[in-house]
Write a protein that binds this ligand. Sequence first.
Ligand code: MN
Length: 228
Amino acid sequence: MGYVIDAPKVISVAVNNSEDRFPVRRVFCVGRNYAAHAREMGANPERELPFYFMKPTDAIVGTGVDVPYPPQTSNLHYEAELVVAIGKSCLDVPIEDALNYVYGYAVGNDLTRRDLQLEAREKSRPWDTGKGFDHSAPCGPIHRVDQVGHIKNARIWLSVNGQIKQDSNVNDLIWSVGEVIANLSSLFTLQAGDLIYTGTPEGVGPVVKGDMIIAGIDGLGKLETKIV
Ligand code: MN
């Protein structure tokens, strides 16, 4: 048996200190998971349960990969995020067991066509065009839990052309990694290969063609993305 068209290639992310790569199944993202960012987006962080959106798997690009300025926007934003890589499938996992399903962590950038996202938000429409475009999910190398432990208290930062724009700590997450996995696994059977972008701290802003974005999380290295 063959396929009537070419089968899609496996999308994968580098694994730190390894020749092998992490195959990506799905890309989940958490909305408004830092209080100061929720406020800068005009939302009230105290009154919201976590919510999710997704990006297509082939939106993933690695560090050092140039990202073309996307079409149909004049307000492309960066969002530095802690990315969780799921290593084992789970459904309805309790919070106290949730971290056992983590393979590793990476630095991510939830690139966003902010104008399209806000228009969709105002019209109560889905966020796909604002969030799920080509190359919208830069992701650095995954660092295995058995090498770096669980990332609970670490600086998260992002610079544009060398100027710091975001500077926070992942311990400011409203919903912790364990709580996110527990909640998300009540909605979906999480599978090995799933990535979860856990949300961005305050300080989001626009980039233009030619900008160099560098995001970092202590212990997880850097993610470099040039907009071309
Ligand atoms: Mn985000």
